[in-house]
Ligand binder design. Sequence first.
Ligand code: 5GP
Ligand code: ZN
Length: 114
Amino acid sequence: MKDCLFCKIAAGEIPSNKLYEDDQILVFHDIDPQAPVHFLVIPKEHIDSAACLTEENAPLIGHVYATIARLAKGLGVDESGYRVVTNVGEDGGQSVKHLHFHVLAKRSLAWPPG
Ligand code: 5GP
Ligand code: ZN
């Protein structure tokens, strides 16, 4: 999608600090980390937010979570724990309008979030 920051990152037009990539998704470190580990998982296909997901996206979302579990294990945070967050819309605090999953780890995270 034109003028979408994460589409440009997915296309390699804007550089990112990549952790993992395949034909469906890209995983890269957040530019403004909120925890010692903070990476983002995005589909390469433009989807505005989780509010736009349908049953047809089930394989993609399964792939996202399976990849997060594998990466978390590789980073050694599978036992200490981590948080997966997708912000939706204005009240959800979504600033980039391309579906993304935050993965935060290596600190104790408060609940409820602010
Ligand atoms: P949101 O607020 O939409 O849930 O999350 C957007 C996230 O994208 C924020 O955590 C922000 O730091 C991150 N971000 C924004 N611009 C860039 C960028 O150009 N590169 C990277 N790696 N992260 C970005
Ligand atoms: Zn996009």
